[in-house]
Ligand binder design. Structure first.
Ligand SMILES: [Zn+2]
Length: 428
């Protein structure tokens, strides 16, 4: 029955989805060379389209003196200046290239700057994005209509519950609304018949901890646990695996770019090369969304530091490039008394701490004033670990920063999403 409801929904919402899914199933086995040939073909198509239909891109190309026919290989993409969130906001209307589409899907993202980004997606864009997620599910033998538990924000308006519950029922989903033990018990009960779990990884972890602490009986047979939209700390994994039987896998993407990568059962995050071209410049990711015709996203500075791995051959046999790690957000500067630092430093500090076989640590760093940092760590540290953390802090900030370390701390949460670095300093 759920399969039927699902298929009716697809027909109404996006009839292009089945074709997109079929395509990505085929290309899943492609060689890297095949993938790159395809990428170039789609890139040329997109760039040509953008030049013809988007006033912003037409002006930009003319200004820098390039013509769509100049894009002869993937490297040539570098000739086009990157685009930023600010440009997407400021030039919003001029970027849109919506003529010729019968139907568009309205999208809105909140974003940290406060101003929501609004854009319209053509159906193929949406279909490719969803198909990429569904291909990932398929790697775990999951269909989109299978029964799933959902962890998403607790501070939901009570009055909206019935609406959510109805929607959830239609898509064979159930969710948890609070941390109360009864609620968790009900959730556990439902989990017995679920195929997968998804949501904020910090919440999945939090619930796992509570189940462990209160020794609540639990029996699951989950095929996949997927963490979305926030950093998945290594320190979550052992507890989650112990309680729910699997570790959290990750999916990487954004509303503007669609799915960029999805983790395979061998633990590699494979890039969706059929949908996106990814460049890494000075550690920073730039994404071209090959199907973003109605609102062309070409060389978008997404704002993350990432590391790619083009060498390793994954055990699963896929040749899609591996995103090795997502190391943190670009742009949130850390202020010392004299100098400023990239927040990427925290990634290294905590990575270095566990480098020789120690337990991974859940952390968050807060800055309330210049020259001072508050390190929140979830665990209570051993004497040697504490010493190591102090040494790492001094290694990167020397005398330019004072700090405090809070152990057994709870993390600061801004709108549900957990960030590893939170700055309360307004940009000068
Ligand atoms: Zn793999």
């Amino acid at each position: 029955m759920y399969q039927w409801i699902y298929k009716q929904g697809v027909k109404r919402r996006n009839p292009l989805l089945p074709t997109a899914e079929h395509f990505l199933q085929q290309s899943d086995q492609w060689s890297r060379a095949q993938l790159e040939v395809y990428q170039l073909e789609k890139l040329q198509e997109l760039v040509y389209w953008a030049y013809q239909n988007s006033p912003y891109y037409q002006r930009l190309f003319d200004k820098v003196g390039i013509h769509p026919t100049d894009i002869k290989c993937l490297e040539d993409l570098k000739e086009i200046p990157p685009i930023t969130k600010e440009i997407l906001l400021e030039e919003n209307e001029m970027i849109h290239a919506t003529s010729g589409f019968d139907r568009l899907i309205f999208s809105e993202t909140s974003g940290s700057t406060g101003t929501p980004l609004i854009f319209h997606r053509n159906l193929e864009w949406d279909a490719r994005h969803r198909a990429a997620i569904h291909r990932g599910y398929d790697w775990y033998d999951i269909k989109p209509w299978h029964r799933n538990g959902y962890f998403w924000g607790y501070n939901l308006d009570i009055k909206k519950h019935w609406k959510l519950k109805l929607m959830d029922r239609l898509v064979n989903r159930f969710r948890i609304f609070s941390y109360e033990t009864n609620e968790i018990n009900t959730f556990i009960k439902k989990l017995e018949r679920a195929d997968y779990l998804e949501g904020y990884s910090s919440m999945i972890y939090h619930i796992a901890q509570k189940i462990e602490r209160e020794k609540l009986p639990i029996q699951t047979n989950l095929k996949m646990i997927k963490g979305t939209s926030e950093k998945i700390f290594d320190s979550y994994q052992s507890t989650v695996e112990k309680i729910f039987g699997r570790k959290i896998i990750s999916e990487y993407g954004s509303a503007e770019t669609g799915i960029i990568a999805f983790e395979c059962p061998e633990g590699s995050m494979h890039m969706t090369m059929e949908n996106v071209i990814v460049e890494v410049i000075d550690g920073e990711i730039f994404v071209t969304n090959l199907f973003s015709k109605s609102f062309p996203i070409i060389r978008y500075a997404l704002g993350d530091y990432v590391e790619l791995d083009t060498e390793t051959k994954c055990g699963c046999g896929r040749e899609h490039t591996i995103v090795k790690s997502i190391m943190g957000r670009v742009g949130k500067e850390v202020y010392g008394k004299k100098e400023t630092y990239p927040s990427l430093i925290f990634y290294y500090i905590f990575k270095n701490m566990v480098v020789d076989g120690g337990e991974a640590i859940g952390y968050q760093v807060l800055q309330h004033e210049k020259g001072h940092l508050e390190f929140r760590v979830e665990a209570y540290l051993s004497e040697s670990m504490r010493g190591r953390l102090k040494a790492e802090i001094v290694k990167y900030f020397s005398m330019d920063m004072t700090y405090e370390i809070r152990e057994g701390a709870t993390f600061y949460r801004d709108g549900g999403k957990l960030k590893d670095f939170v700055s309360f300093i307004e940009k000068a």
